[in-house]
Design a binder for this molecule. Structure first.
Ligand code: SB7
Ligand code: NI
Length: 184
């Protein structure tokens, strides 16, 4: 079971590497890693387990965050219509996106970052993502708003990118053109 002790923090070189593609069909070993990522995300949202094991709540987790430089992500979150989006993905890739941007009005955080970093993080408002499921089946997801923001945050981890790389250093809350504000 993954706990906060397994999650590497900013400054660790793995967080700045481009992660390797996973072989499809996935090996049993890679499937187990991906399952453990999802298990962390789900456990972290269970108040009893989070308290018991000291888990910081998160809506997603990427393999590089547990020092495994492979292209795997888990997301477990509900959208504004209370629909659950639970995805365990290998090799996710944005194949198209909107011109319009979106950002969280409260900014973003990260389980690999132990400090609050204020500022708007511009993302695409809509993304189409191609990936492979836990079973190795091809899947194409169309996500918008909050869910699009989360998957872009996770895919960034596979490319060595941190959320604060996108924040305007001169004016973190500068107006973003053609962007919708998402309230958490
Ligand atoms: C805010 C938080 C996340 C995604 C988008 C906006 C995820 C936080 C947990 N993670 O560090 C996962 O990489
Ligand atoms: Ni993160």
């Amino acid at each position: 079971m993954i706990t906060m002790q397994d999650i590497i923090r900013e400054g660790h070189p793995t967080l700045r590497k481009r992660a390797e593609e996973v072989q499809i069909p996935p090996s049993k070993e890679d499937q187990e890693i991906l399952k453990s990522l999802m298990e962390y995300v789900q456990n972290s949202q269970d108040p009893v387990k989070a308290e018991k094991y000291g888990l910081r709540p998160g809506v997603g987790l990427a393999a590089p965050q547990i020092n495994i430089s492979k292209r795997m992500i888990a997301i477990h979150a509900t959208d504004d219509k209370n629909k659950l989006h639970s995805y365990s993905l290998f090799n996710p890739k944005i194949i198209s996106h909107s011109v319009q941007k979106a950002y969280l009005s409260t900014g973003e955080g990260c389980l690999s970052v132990d400090r609050a970093i204020p500022g708007y993080v511009p993302r695409y408002n809509k993304v189409k993502v191609h990936a492979y499921t836990l079973e190795g089946e091809e899947i194409t997801l169309r996500l918008s708003g909050m869910m699009a923001i989360i998957i872009q945050h996770e895919i960034d981890h596979l490319n060595g990118v941190m959320f604060y790389d996108h924040i305007n250093p001169k004016d973190p809350f500068a107006h973003l053109d053609n962007a919708v504000a998402i309230e958490k």
